[in-house]
Design a protein around this ligand. Structure first.
Ligand SMILES: Cc1cc2nc3c(=O)[nH]c(=O)nc-3n(C[C@H](O)[C@H](O)[C@H](O)COP(=O)(O)OP(=O)(O)OC[C@H]3O[C@@H](n4cnc5c(N)ncnc54)[C@H](O)[C@@H]3O)c2cc1C
Length: 422
């Protein structure tokens, strides 16, 4: 097949793709031919990563043109989905079969394959990241062969969060649960000091909880609590020490952005896929003009880490749009930022200005260093390959797996050389 015009930047516009060729195969057969012929190749999902992870020195391939399969196996509580589909495209179809995914990220616009490749997550102390739902993968490897992997393979936990370095994922099998309803409520103005004693209780106060602060004052600007409807309104809001006021109308977490872009609040019940993300699929998520950074640390370190960040809050606030704090349950996936650690995630939505943001990113990294932060693979960070090797015990095993599936390094790029090499 012939090359076609593709997107020249990522979603945020901070990365200009250098890949000289772009392909949009319409079948797995066409994809196999593109991969087998290419000297270098990477798959582009929906391009929502904030670094050059999805770029390629040769061919870049989108799988959005593959048949949009969503096949539900009700007896096995599994769904098989085409890798190029977004969560928004999968969720409604799954719900019509009476099933749900356990959790979603803040936006449903992102591709299932691209999200699982980077360990993308939502929130909830009992909720693992989205990749933890992956029970099987179909992969086109460097020579164009199709390989199927599942949980019976000893290296499967290494292959799920793969950073695009093992091959082109064409299908994923995801675990599903019976469909459920969520209602979400937003509270405002909780003093940061309250978190010293009650961080864990607040984070456990709903199925999925997000704290937001702009670091301009020692308080949370907003606290979003998403509860399963059968659990009723959050009991935490009745605690005497809980001084946050319920928002009187819908809110957007990013100051100045329209609340109409966000999923329904004020306790109105709705299906899981219309409440777990903060942002509706038909609108621009978040701010649109932005950079993002995020670190996952052991959940036990949440309060000391908050204090460490308070020491540099003025520097952070100067280039910040909003900071979000979430929790994730530990998993067994080698490159997951939550690998074997119940985690707290500190996320920063920055102003869209790389030059002024990068020094603050480094400052945040220095202040979080005592807590062993693992960066989100798809966001902006300045940690070195040595730092990453120190924080990901299984990185050498992953590099071995990559050499197994891709001995000539066809799926490598500048990002993998810079971050995974030594
Ligand atoms: C507004 C916004 C909000 C966000 N919110 C969250 C959030 O709540 N939680 C969170 O964790 N992250 C969040 N992110 C980050 C985002 O979820 C990740 O960067 C995710 O990886 C993006 O998915 P994508 O499909 O755009 O992947 P891309 O950026 O296109 O690609 C990511 C990686 O996956 C690889 N890849 C993609 N598809 C395939 C495939 N089929 N086969 C092999 N490799 C593949 C690419 O080569 C690349 O290495 C957010 C991003 C934005 C822009």
């Amino acid at each position: 097949m012939t090359a076609t015009a593709g997107p020249r930047t990522n979603w945020a516009g901070n990365i200009a793709f250098a890949a000289p060729d772009f392909y949009r195969p319409a079948s797995v057969g066409e994809l196999r031919a593109v991969v087998a012929r290419a000297r270098q190749v990477r798959v582009l999902g929906t391009g929502h990563s904030f670094n050059d992870l999805a770029d390629s020195p040769g061919a870049q391939v989108s799988l959005a043109g593959l048949p949009p399969e969503v096949e539900v196996d009700s007896a096995g509580s599994l769904v098989r989905v085409a890798a190029g589909l977004s969560y928004a495209e999968v969720a409604g179809r799954l719900d019509r079969h009476g099933f749900a995914l356990r959790n979603l990220a803040s936006l449903p616009h992102i591709s299932v394959a691209g999200s699982c490749a980077t360990g993308t997550h939502g929130s909830g102390p009992a909720n693992q990241n989205l990749s933890a739902a992956v029970a099987g993968l179909e992969l086109v490897t460097a020579d164009g062969d199709v390989v199927e992997l599942d949980r019976g393979d000893i290296t499967f936990p290494g292959a799920v969060v793969h950073l695009g370095a093992l091959g082109a994922v064409t299908r994923l099998i995801l675990e599903v649960v019976p469909s459920f309803e969520i209602s979400q409520r937003v509270y405002e103005g909780l003093p940061l000091d309250v978190l010293d004693d009650h961080f864990t209780a607040i984070m456990a106060g709903g199925y999925s909880v997000s704290m937001f602060t702009d670091w301009r004052a020692p308080r949370l600007t907003q606290l979003w609590i998403k509860s399963r409807t059968e659990d009723g309104p959050p009991a935490i809001a009745e605690e005497p020490w809980f001084t946050a006021a319920p928002a009187s109308s819908a809110r957007h977490p990013v100051p100045g952005q329209p609340p109409g872009n966000c999923t329904a609040q004020l306790g109105e019940p709705g299906p899981w896929f219309e409440r777990l993300p903060h942002f509706k699929p038909e609108f621009t998520p978040s701010a649109g003009d932005e950079l993002q950074t995020e670190y996952l640390l052991p959940a036990t370190q949440a309060v000391p880490a908050l204090h460490a960040l308070r020491q540099v809050s003025e520097h952070i606030a100067a280039v910040l749009q909003i900071c979000e704090i979430r929790t994730m349950a530990a998993d067994e996936l080698w490159l997951s930022p939550a690998y074997r650690r119940d985690s707290v995630g500190f996320h920063f939505t920055w102003r869209p200005d790389t030059a002024v943001v990068l020094p603050v990113v480094s400052l945040v990294e220095r202040h979080l260093a005592p807590f062993g932060p693992r960066p989100h693979w798809g966001k902006v960070y300045t940690l070195s390959a040595d730092d990453l090797h120190a924080r990901y015990d299984r990185l050498p095993d992953f590099l071995g797996l990559a050499r197994h599936y891709d001995p000539a390094g066809k799926f490598r790029n500048a990002y993998t050389a810079r971050n995974l090499g030594r």
